[in-house]
Design a protein around this ligand. Sequence first.
Ligand code: PMP
Length: 392
Amino acid sequence: MRKVYLDHTAGMPVDPQVIEAMKPYFTQLYSNPSSLHSSAQEVRKGFQNARKKVAMLVGAKSEEIFFTSCATESNNWAIRGVASRNRGRGKHIITTAIEHMSVMNVCKYLMKQGYRVSFLPVDNTGLIDLEVLQKELADNTILVSVMYANGEIGTIEPIKEISEVVHSKDTYLHVDMTAAMGQVSADVMKEGIDLLTLSSNDMYGPKGVGALYIKKGTRLDPLIFGGGQERGLRSGTENLPGIAGMGKAAEIAKAEVGREGSRLSKLRDKFINGILETIPHSFLNGHPTRRLPNNVAVRFSFVEGESMLLNLDIAGVAASSGSACTAKTLEPSHVLRAIGLKHEEAHGSLLFTLGKQNDEENVNYVLGLLPDIVKRLRAMSPLTPRELRENV
Ligand code: PMP
């Protein structure tokens, strides 16, 4: 049976070149980089090379990149680390209503510890309002955490403009780049970012490794204490194969981001327009132009996302309903609620995320299937108004 994978935000294959770059670190270059002998020196070299490649991906200096175990850890570290080190200066944090749970739940935890957290609303395309941000910034605001782009609705936030507002006060800006990895180019200097969460498995690298960019001079405490690896800021024996893999993935992403980004944007637009033009009562979730190249987030009135998913799955198509990361819960995604969707609108949402393996033929295949699936489900659905039953 034909298989079309359109769920890249939830999981990606590892690039074969990345696997090759990792292999020596399992069997030959296994020394602990902290050891003093010459084989450890070679490991250290490879490891610093990976750090350099990750730094180059985002315009940082090598010594500003710290490896972690995943984007979740990087988000936890950035927020808890700044909160703990700067609590003498203030206990106010600003974030948005559409962040990933690894930001949301840290903020909720900090609220229990006596911090005040403002969750900025977004408009119906997912953008935050710079004036509201300006108003929320107070003398005791120590951190603003905003995602680069949202993987569920595709919207890309105006980070440079946000940074200008944030830095009108003595406040740090943390940005979660995870959903945008390898799809758009970020530049920490040009965009004015103090802390940047980086993920490996969102750019065809291995799982189990991530990084945090920490601008020189940024004051934050470690999250994990121990043997003092990563210059005392992130202890634990380094995941060398993972780090080598992330380095290679970053190198490939930097080389390919422009070409692949524009290829995917064209496919994305064909996909979105094909849906909106052929299926009545279908709508785009998220911003029409400030949008991740791989993101096709849509919703259909009078149908359940899960039923569409099952029908697509039977036809060999893997997609996602609602949030890719929290799709296990029955609650409508907080992101879809934050852009103002009603319960049933959120539940009628589907998320297709494209990747390197997808081509026009894949898109045409799904565009050929969807109208029929939606029509069939609407004909059975008690949600469909009687007067529309024949024509949907
Ligand atoms: N931030 C964002 C925006 C995400 O989409 C995700 C999930 N891919 C994460 C953080 C967490 O990533 P991980 O589960 O790899 O730690």
